[in-house]
Design a protein around this ligand. Sequence first.
Ligand code: URA
Length: 429
Amino acid sequence: MVEPFAAVDVIKAKRDRRALSPQQIDWVVDAYTRGVVADEQMSALAMAILLNGMTDEEIVRWTTAMIGTGTRMDFSSVPRPTVDKHSTGGVGDKITLPLVPVVVACGAAVPQLSGRGLGHTGGTLDKLESIPGWRASLSNDEMMAALREVGGVICGAGAELAPADKKLYALRDVTGTVESIPLIASSIMSKKIAEGADGLVLDVKTGSGAFTTDPAQSRILAETMVRIGNDAGVTTRALITAMDVPLGLAVGNALEVTESVEVLAGGGPADVVELTVLFAREMLNLAGIVDADPAETLKDGSAMDVWRRMVRAQGGDPDAPLLTAREHEVVHATVDGVVTKMDAMGVGVASWRLGAGRARQQDPVSAGAGILLHAKPGDEVVAGQPLLTLFTDDEDRFEGAKEALTGAVQVGPVGTPIYRLPLVIDRIT
Ligand code: URA
């Protein structure tokens, strides 16, 4: 086959701040997936995109080209409206776990293709795998059967879903080119559009524990993704939410499943419940379901019933005890006062160092490792009171975790002003 372009010309165009033509974009994405454009050429192009950006037209075309390298799923045989949610990721962000059963209990279907964690943020599949027997990997037929019979499924994406993104994301990870809004937006949206739900609600996190730490950047990312989704015929909305402090009181795989089950049982931390109900309302609204009350499904047990059916449909035992870590250590307050800081990034890195996260895609994670928070910013504490409990399978890991927490958790005199982002910062439609 004669290639219509040379990779070096495409790289030079972006290096020199010119917009790529639709034909150049279609070709370079496809040729990279075929192995014709080499990793070093795509690295140079990704860096040029990171430095010089892309126009809206380029971003939409890049996303479409990535979708075109694989297959799109088709849920037209599912007898309910399909709607999905995606979070850009954060520390203690387990919202998907209670959210999917709530939305299903209210009448929509949720096909959720999730990922694994890399770095300080956890992955939904890693969390669910702490349930004995639960399987992330489903065939298309199994996924469709779970959707028809239960209404909700959370599983890993197959190799045929936007393969260009799989290859490019791994390359960006090792070339310092993850933090580009056009590349993040097209990466997330290519997978979500290929997944084929009718509607999509995005949770774009902002703050120290998020991809974009500055609310203005998060807003640009949210607006870009909403535009891409709507352009592709998937009705898309975004909420920009706080990730300066971990969500809830549990960080780590099994610990977060336990907290999610508490929420499904009608309890759980207020911030996790609030976000679950808020996102459920947004998703149901997109699905055209106006007469359901998501908060009620947490109180009356109907969301819990769906959760149990979802876990069983994927081979898990909802009654089995979750794996726990072998060792634990409590961090105490050393003075009386008020918690002034509980930095999401510091807690996320500490949890990761305890074994809850992975450094490389192929590394295993510990189900029981993580951190329980006993206080959050604004809570008054006395000297000697537990602030955090650290869990790990390997006691040599405590030292590194405590180092990451130095300065990340602070107690000051009562009355010290506390700066926290509001839980929900903005809504983009
Ligand atoms: N998540 C993705 O799927 N892609 C990115 O580029 C960043 C986060």
